[in-house]
Design a protein around this ligand. Sequence first.
Ligand code: MIG
Length: 669
Amino acid sequence: MISRYTYGNCIETEAVLKKPETEAVPLPFFAVDTKEMTLTYQMGESDRVYGLGENLRGINKRGWIYVSKCTDDPEHMEDKRSLYAAHNFLVVDGQETFGVFVDDPGILSFDIGYTKSDELKVKASDWNLDVYVITGTDVKDIVRQFRCLIGRSYIPPLWAFGYGQSRWGYESEDDVREVVKRYRDLDIPLDSVYLDIDYMERYKDFTVNPKTFPNFPDFVKEMREEHIHLVPIIDAGVKQEEGYPVYEEGMAKGYFCTKEDGTPFVAAVWPGKAMFPDMLNTGARAWFGNQYRFLLEQGIEGFWNDMNEPSIFYTEDRLNEVMQKLEDYKGKNLDLHSFFEFQGLVSGLSNNEEDYQAFYHNMDGVRIRHDKVHNLYGYNMTRAAGEAFERLEPEKRILMFSRSSYIGMHRYGGVWQGDNKSWWSHLLLNVKMMPSLNMCGFLYTGADIGGFGADTTEELLMRWLEFGIFTPLMRNHSAAGTRQQEVYQFEKTDGFRHVIRLRYRLIPYLYSEYIKAALRDEMMFRPLSFDYPEDSYASQVEDQLLLGNELMLAPVCEQNARGRYVYLPEEMKLVRFLQDGTMKTRICPAGHQYIDVPLTDVVFFLRPDCCIPLAKPAQCTQEIDFENVRLLSYVKGNMASYEYYHDDGYGKDYDNPDHISILFTTEEG
Ligand code: MIG
């Protein structure tokens, strides 16, 4: 059951499409303090708290304070409180079990046992909220109801399940050709190459550098013939430059955000001085969305939206102010206090709170200061694109994922998990974020495999791929200036080939699981406790996941580890794929087991009476044979069965029952 409670005058976020009537009765579970602007729940000693989508720390969120404030901060350290998204949905599971979604586009904090260990306190910065409280038979049921409330998750094209190579720094056609060639020469499958900001002309959105990509449509075609999709990046800020049509048109139509006095709000980002399209304005959104046509018409079928928190390097106004103040320091003897102030002046230029209070949106006639709706910006940039794709390419699925997001955006695209680092702890963070993102509707997701910032290692990349072959978005991406991270940069490529090939064998299963999860409002990745609620140990497991109804994953996330302890809530079949092409299986009893996982082995667990389809190896998604699959099964009773979803991978006829077939077997395989 879902009940809605409204406080103040809510700003419409469109996270929820069909809103239930507002309840008059007091909010259940929580004590409400309208002065403090808080909702407080008294947690039982062993209550667990799940959710918050893209965020730091555990699967169980208890024990920390989180802030919903979309932020471009590439230091994903344990002590941070926010990442790029605001996903205000939680499920408390324990003495009482319920879900809560706080629909508020402003800054919110979730103190989950941080100040007081038994208190869950949600604090708003404005008292205009819609609060949804959801009860149900169990956690999975509550999540399902929530997902139904917020609408069906985005479905990407099939090719987006292939492996993608990316790097900030591919500058030209030849750079891209080289990547493809190296993969093809090594017989390692690949479906896409990502174009980072370097493909543009001086970082101008919807331009292609004519010097480095002299004939872009032909190049896109050449790549398509190689079964490669190019996926360009789009940044939120539009370069301020006379004669640049996107800028001029946006100015003429009044589609950019402005300062209080109506003059342009200018922020510096990659293109230099730039304007932010008013993504919260219907007209501006349609206009910005239409710009994607420039690339669609050249054969592009996928995009990633970046810098849409929106990220600000500095604003013109603040820079002038700071420059002025720096003048004052000239020739002065700085005492410690003024030294730190001096230092802070420059470092405080980026993503400055005050800058977010200095510009305005025109929300279809209502003028709203940006900070009140901050968390909706990236969502609406991606929505602009998604709505445009429906108009421009109604028959086709277009790949779209974003860095910043809010619940509601999950209907238009996926998310990648932002600028992580080549750290073992960030591989684990990737694992932990999968289920919480799924809870909030984000199914198409993955992290930068190998890590974005910092130098990766061959071993980290290998272990990350061994997990990444299960995530819908499987992309190796890294920052300019870091160690080259394409798999062919390393000494032993046979292991990489083996692991990435296995991804392609698993795609029929992964794709089927993805679509079923989207169509049925289910989670593709779940914490163990969601399926084994009676098992008190399962609720403590933070480094294993269930995938679909069939698999359990237990990734190795430690340097030099050649195995790990795995907790099995029940007897399962261990499946091991070795680099020599063989597969080995054995039945593992319930309980704690030490499992050997040599560096290039892929290991997962199959649940009783389950089977999954496994395709023959393929070099790209187009070559996968979805019909002639073998079944990998664990028959404990009489039979193992699987509900197999399979369609053409491109059309939108999702609900056609012909796409479902039941596979079953009575034999071990
Ligand atoms: O300020 O476009 O998260 O994936 O490579 C950095 C360059 C801007 C941040 C993205 C990252 C991308 C990078 N971008």
